[in-house]
Write a protein that binds this ligand. Structure first.
Ligand code: AKG
Ligand code: MN
Length: 578
């Protein structure tokens, strides 16, 4: 069964429309450099020039997919296949050679008996409220999760490379994040649907089954399944638990990629899932009880950092484990995508863990999927070399049926011409525009920020407007020149060109349920673009409304008011009614 991050990272319909190829070309050639906006063109014109790609890129990406599929189906190269197999087998041997070393190495340097005196989750979250910069909050929270391993060496030595096990002999460490009691409360109070929010599974005698009945998951049925030995997997616990929401919404700013979670509850003496690998970086946080885990190296280079999760494997397909360990409450196990894993409960204890996940489809290749089709569109528009016709006879020496004609010099000439065009293509790549497309996908995946009391009080959510004595009072808050404002979170909003217009995309109206809402945006007037850029770059500092680089005081106030209305900014002091 696969880790569920809920599907593809595709931005909603709020995506920028295509830029004109000529404008995109400016960006691609670096004629309009981001840092020199003021000298060469207004920020507004710059953003106008940056967009393009979306529709174009998505169409082209779909075409690429189709072609890829075609190529797969057209798999008539036995020689290649055989070579690949050999490579895979060699690699496998290497992996197994390394595996013994790995299991000893990956344990974090704690001698088994010492108790880590570290802050509880509650204390960490309370203290994080005092950290004003949301990026700083994110890295502190992540550091707490992998404590005592330093984040810096984690990313250097383990991230996307190999598993890390942290045994901390401290059952309470993650207490408060989620519990079986909370699970029960959610079943009672929320509309949990089988198959949508909850899966009932079993893995017995090598057979993996899902037992979801239709409809709502009520405690009566759910606990009956559990009693008869089934595992329960809650998908999207952040929709029901505000602590999980809070933690993930903080972490997403560190990953720059959606942070998701699933909760797994397994009865003593059972296993709920077959061996498999996932397509995400996984942090297994043991919350209650114990679970026996076995982790295996990726089986081949093809399955290293995979783009999609695996099917269920049988025990004889996965080799020997590189890690064989019992996780207890308070322990953490990290493994990269592609590492096969299975967990089972020993006869003496149930298990509850939450898997925190990130980096689904967040690779260089995923960015290139956006860059390359747009680059090609532009190259074809701008450069006659890309529009010159193919040789009359190319079908007679190229193509799979001719691929063995190594001695035909026309093949070499054809391939070297192709090579030249590919190299040229790079200079047309609209990388910033493609990064913006990627960023918008992420913004749409984001959880909305979970605001603390102070943030609420100083934002639109704490505005004093109310119904009182038969009339609406305090309707207009007093945004003045001296009012100090900043983004409510570093990553709450992003400016993107949109063909003819510039839009500010923001996450405050996203849903806690994945993609339940479209990504929201507001069109930005030309006279407000520089000011928004100034505001975004000023974070974490508060700036006064009057310092916004707009032409008139009126423009400054109207921009600040519209951002305030959408919860994108907050003020250094709570706003008073006029
Ligand atoms: O607990 C299990 O049986 C499997 C859990 C799992 O695959 C995961 O957390 O990614
Ligand atoms: Mn998994």
């Amino acid at each position: 069964m696969t880790e569920t991050l809920n599907g593809e990272l595709v931005a909603g319909s709020g995506n920028p429309a295509p830029l004109s190829p000529a404008l995109l070309l400016c960006c691609a050639r670096g004629e309009v450099l981001y840092g020199s906006v003021e000298r060469s063109m207004s920020a507004f014109a710059y953003y106008q020039s940056l967009a393009k790609s979306s529709a174009q890129t998505q169409v082209s990406a779909a075409e690429v997919k189709k072609k890829k599929k075609k190529r797969k189906n057209n798999d008539t190269e036995p020689e290649m296949k055989a070579k690949k197999k050999i490579k895979t087998l060699n690699k496998k041997a290497k992996v197994e050679e390394n595996s013994e070393k790995a299991s000893a190495e990956e344990q974090c340097p704690l001698n088994g008996t010492e108790t880590v005196k570290a802050e509880s989750l509650h204390t960490v979250l309370t203290n994080l409220n005092k950290v004003s910069n949301s990026r700083e909050r994110a890295s502190r929270l992540f550091q707490w999760i992998i404590h005592p391993h330093p984040a810096k060496t984690f990313f250097r030595d383990y991230w996307e490379k190999k598993p890390l096990l942290i045994k901390r002999q401290n059952q309470e460490y993650y207490q408060g994040l989620f519990s079986t009691a909370e699970f029960d409360k959610i079943l009672r109070n929320d509309n949990v649907q089988f198959g949508v929010n909850l899966d009932v599974t079993s893995y017995t005698n090598g057979k993996r089954e899902t037992h979801n009945p239709p409809g709502r998951a009520l405690p009566y049925t759910v606990w009956d399944f559990y009693e008869s030995g089934c595992s329960l997997r809650m998908l999207n616990p952040q929709a029901f638990s505000s602590t999980v929401w809070n933690v993930l919404s903080i972490l997403q700013e560190m990953f720059g990629s959606m942070a998701g979670a699933n909760v797994y509850l397994t009865p003593a003496g059972t296993q709920g899932f077959a061996p498999h690998y996932d397509d995400i970086e996984a942090f297994i946080v043991q919350l209650e009880g114990k679970k026996h885990w076995r982790v295996y190296n990726p089986r081949s280079e093809d399955e290293t950092l995979p783009l999609v999760s695996s099917p269920n494997f049988s025990q004889n397909e996965i080799g020997k484990p590189i890690l064989d360990v019992v996780l207890e409450a308070g322990d953490l196990l990290y493994f990269p995508r592609g590492f096969i894993h299975q967990g089972n409960c020993l006869p003496d204890a149930h298990s509850l863990h939450i898997t925190i996940s990130s980096y689904q489809r967040n690779s260089w290749g995923d960015l290139l999927l956006k860059v390359m089709p747009a680059a090609l569109e532009m190259a074809m528009e701008e450069d006659v070399e890309f529009r010159k016709g193919l040789p009359l006879d190319y079908l007679s020496f190229m193509g799979v049926q001719n691929s063995d004609k190594q001695e035909d010099p026309r093949r070499d000439r054809f391939l070297s011409h192709m090579d030249g065009l590919m190299k040229k293509l790079v200079s047309y790549a609209p990388v910033d525009a493609a990064v913006d497309q990627k960023a918008l996908g992420f913004l749409h995946d984001c959880l909305p920020p979970m605001l603390n009391a102070e943030e609420k009080a100083s934002s639109v959510y704490g505005a004093p407007a109310r119904w009182e004595d038969g009339e609406a009072v305090n309707v207009t808050v007093q945004m003045k020149g001296q009012t100090r404002i900043r983004l409510i979170r570093a990553g709450v909003a992003r400016l993107c060109g949109d063909g003819g217009a510039v839009h500010l995309y923001y996450t405050t109206e996203n849903s806690r349920v994945y993609h339940q809402q479209e990504l929201k945006s507001m069109e930005i007037k030309e006279e407000h673009t520089d000011a928004l850029e100034f505001l975004i770059h000023a974070y974490p500092k508060f700036i006064t409304v009057s310092s916004l680089p707009c032409d008139t005081e009126e423009n400054k106030i109207s921009l600040a008011e519209s951002l305030f209305e959408k919860g994108i900014i907050h003020t250094s002091e709570s706003l008073k009614a006029k």
